[in-house]
Design a protein around this ligand. Structure first.
Ligand SMILES: [Mg+2]
Length: 299
């Protein structure tokens, strides 16, 4: 089996809410049968891996916490590595603040009183479903003159919710950026190079041995393409929402759902084993020629 691992986007690819999407069980069976490593990567910045594990369990899927990477965890790991002692002002939800505080980071809401006199060392912006005009005013007053790192947890402008699509972290990050008159220093989550490296470190496989499956061109497929992985886009998620950047991004495979994954893996296995055989025959031929030239002076 030339493919060694599969990376799955979560929402809109494997599950919607706590319901498994078509083909999810078959794709998991395929991984099990062929001993493929799995990684489930979400741009959700508010939930840790164990919350996702429970969602998978409710959907009838068995997934370990070590197989899950969320944008909240990417943000936490990035801050632990780059700003372990910094004070971190946050526009975001309680789930993100807990994730950061539980790792020993000095994170608190941008509404903390001391930030009016003494700006935080780092600012993090993320989805906040209680975001309002006063939040922008607060950001302007606390961060307006501060030359500090401005980090977004993930770029998703629109995300799916139970009752329809809602604005995501990207909408809030850009609203704050426009008021401050500066762009974020970095935006984490898919398709950032930070998330890409964490994914590759976690999997430990060459990207050319990995297939990434997701519903979004601008995050999932962009990351897979940038990393040199095989990519497949499913139509079970939020693919209908496109961004200007997404028009230039195309997957290796366009499929209806995860139910089509076994066919893709069979095709890839056949093509890759054929390539491997052609390569071995070429090497054999070159070796024979070299041996012949030594014995008989053949050129
Ligand atoms: Mg998705």
């Amino acid at each position: 089996m030339p493919i060694e691992a599969m990376i799955f986007d979560v929402d809109g690819t494997v599950v919607r809410g706590s319901t498994a999407l078509p083909g999810a069980n078959e794709a998991m069976d395929l991984c099990r049968r062929h001993s493929l490593d799995r990684l489930f990567v979400s741009n959700n910045p508010t939930e840790p891996a164990h919350t996702y594990k429970e969602r998978f369990r409710s959907a009838g899927l068995t997934v370990d916490c070590g197989e899950i990477l969320t944008a909240g965890e990417v943000t936490r790991q990035y801050l632990v590595e780059t700003h372990p002692e910094a004070t971190i002002g946050v526009v975001g939800e309680s789930g993100l603040l807990s994730l950061l505080s539980d790792a020993g980071l000095h994170a608190s809401s941008i509404y903390q009183e001391t930030y009016l006199n003494d700006a935080p060392d780092v600012f993090v912006a993320s989805i906040d479903r209680e975001f309002e005009y006063q939040t922008l005013t607060r950001c302007l007053r606390v961060l307006g003159g501060a030359d500090i790192p401005f980090i977004g947890t993930d770029p998703d402008m629109v995300i799916p919710a139970a009752d329809g699509d809602i604005p995501g972290s990207g909408a809030i990050i850009h609203a704050i950026a426009n008021v401050l008159g500066r762009q974020p220093t970095t935006i984490l989550g898919k398709p950032s190079s930070v998330a890409q490296q964490m994914i590759l470190d976690k999997l430990g496989h060459d990207p050319s041995d990995v297939i990434l499956i997701g519903d979004r061109l601008d995050t999932d497929i962009a990351l897979g393409n940038n990393a040199g992985m095989y990519t497949a886009q499913v139509q079970t998620g939020i693919a209908a929402h496109s961004t200007p950047e997404s028009h230039a991004i195309s997957p290796d495979y366009e499929i209806d759902s995860l139910a089509d994954i076994p066919d893709i893996v069979s095709q890839l296995s056949w093509v890759l084993s054929l390539c491997e055989r052609v390569w071995l025959i070429t090497i054999e031929y070159m070796n024979c020629r070299a041996f012949g030239s030594v014995l008989y002076g053949v050129k």
